[in-house]
Design a binder for this molecule. Structure first.
Ligand SMILES: NC(=O)c1ccc[n+]([C@@H]2O[C@H](COP(=O)([O-])OP(=O)(O)OC[C@H]3O[C@@H](n4cnc5c(N)ncnc54)[C@H](O)[C@@H]3O)[C@@H](O)[C@H]2O)c1
Length: 256
């Protein structure tokens, strides 16, 4: 029998309809988690719930959630708590990626990326804090290697993910006395819809290349499942002494 670190644990995952969020949901389901999967793509979240229940016998509920909408963040958390009375882990994973020459980016695009990738996390975490304090729970947020190293043609995205990292470390300090852990994961390039958006754009400077994963050799991207295990670890009691950490999961893409 495999690990059962999430038996009797309630986990809310945003951006769980596809990609890394969905793979993480299924990984946690395999370990017994009760899931609430939130996404603006409700049909996708429902399909992920159905798969989790069918394959692993866990309870999984889908919630419509729009990260661009503050009220939606509050409703999502309130609905999750109403369903189960508590929340043990919150995984902030919903995000968007915009890629263009910096000179062509508009203030509206910059603001949108920040609203969806960073400000939304502020609203969700703030709403979830009372129940997380009560459960001595934890938060894992999806940042990016771009938030550590930057990435050409996506300054807004990189800055929003750097914000996730700074928020994570700040809250890890502020809420340590209350027993709530905060950690972030920095995936490298992963084969998802967002990962596809990392491919070159028109007029891209040829001197700026996409760095392949050194672990995978010629294959240029990791798979969502390669990231899911890191979420499972940080959200579990195996990481009970880990808070304020930023875990890079990129197949050695950004080192060396
Ligand atoms: N794929 C990569 O290479 C990569 C690398 C580093 C970080 N990330 C991060 O991983 C996270 C997941 O992305 P992914 O790669 O799995 O891509 P993805 O496009 O498959 O997943 C993104 C999910 O977020 C949801 N979403 C988008 N906008 C939303 C909104 N306004 N409200 C609610 N949900 C919304 C989408 O419906 C989707 O389910 C993102 O935060 C992304 O920035 C991805």
């Amino acid at each position: 029998m495999g690990l059962r670190r999430f038996d009797n644990k309630v986990v809310l995952i945003t951006g769980a309809a596809t990609g890394i969020g969905r793979a993480t949901a299924l990984r946690l389901a395999a370990e017994g988690a009760t899931l609430i999967l939130a996404d603006r793509n409700l049909a996708g979240a429902q399909a992920a719930c159905a798969e989790a229940t069918e394959r692993f016998g866990v309870r999984a509920d889908a919630i419509a959630y729009d990260a661009a909408d503050t009220a939606s963040a509050r409703d999502m958390v309130d609905t999750a708590i109403a369903l189960h009375g508590c929340l043990d882990s919150l995984i902030n994973n919903a995000g968007i990626y915009r890629r263009d020459h910096f000179a062509r980016q508009t203030g509206d695009e910059w603001a949108l990326v920040f609203r969806l990738n960073l400000e939304s996390v502020f609203h969700v975490v703030q709403q979830a804090l009372p129940t997380l304090i009560a459960s001595r729970g934890n938060v894992v947020s999806t940042a990016s290697t771009a938030g550590v190293d930057g990435i050409a043609y996506a300054a807004a995205y990189a800055a929003s993910k750097a914000g996730i990292i700074a928020m994570t470390k700040s809250l890890a300090t502020e809420y340590a006395p209350k027993g709530v852990r905060f950690n972030a994961i920095c995936p490298g390039r992963v084969r998802t819809e967002i990962g596809t958006g990392l491919l070159p754009i028109d007029d891209q400077d040829p001197a700026i290349s996409v760095r392949p994963s050194k672990l995978l050799g010629k294959i240029e991207t990791g798979e969502p499942e390669d990231i899911a295990g890191a979420f499972a670890y940080l959200a579990s009691d195996d990481a009970s002494y880990v808070s304020g950490s930023v875990l890079v999961v990129d197949g050695a893409q950004t080192v060396g």
